[in-house]
Design a protein around this ligand. Structure first.
Ligand SMILES: [Zn+2]
Length: 195
């Protein structure tokens, strides 16, 4: 297993000195342009796949890149969305699914999740995607799920306000682990489901 303390030492000796001016600027500025919502999967690293520097992405990662539709009793995901959109003023939101997603595979294959009841409960936020996708087709479910989560995102009041003002765009991506490619899902489908 990768030693985290060795990693920190490498960062402090080799990486930080090269970026020290950037980090100095970032002590007084937090102005990310993008809210990136991705899966918690360790293989999907938002900054790496978008070649982003510290300070550029505000990131939320959840199992299956799921975004619960708005409810008044705030949770960590909703609060982070509101902060990014209403306080930091990000210009775009990306919901990024990925190949080989454990959450989507479990759903598509109807795996037994009795040993992980919280996961089973959390995955209900992908119910609409499961209904839309063909039975057992993981690749199709991954894409439908991104669109479903964009639709959920659009129900959050802060997102709806900024979209109505025309200064916030929503995007759906799928990252392929094996090839490194990022597929941007067609905008009309997003607008139709999120509008
Ligand atoms: Zn995943």
């Amino acid at each position: 297993m990768h030693d985290l303390f060795d990693g920190i030492a490498h960062f402090q000796h080799s990486v930080f000195p090269e970026k020290s001016e950037l980090f100095a600027r970032l002590t007084t500025a937090h102005t990310p342009g993008t809210l990136f919502i991705g899966c918690s999967d360790a293989r999907v690293v938002p900054e790496l796949i978008t070649s982003s520097e510290p300070g550029e992405l505000f990131v939320i990662r959840t199992a299956g890149n799921l975004v619960p539709a708005y409810r008044p009793d705030a949770d960590g995901v909703a609060a982070s969305i509101e902060y990014a959109v209403a306080v930091l003023g990000v210009a775009r939101i990306v919901v990024c699914g990925h190949s080989q997603c454990g959450a989507m595979t479990a759903l598509a294959e109807g795996r037994d999740l009795t040993a992980a009841p919280l996961v089973a409960s959390w995955l209900r936020h992908a119910d609409a995607a499961r209904t839309a996708a063909a039975n057992g087709d993981v690749a199709q479910l991954i894409r439908h799920n991104v669109r479903t989560q964009l639709a959920h995102l659009a129900t959050h009041p802060a997102v709806a306000r900024r979209r109505a003002a025309g200064d916030l765009s929503l995007h759906g991506w799928v990252f392929d682990i094996g090839s490194g490619r990022v597929e941007e899902l067609a905008a009309p489908a997003i607008v139709q489901l999120a509008g």
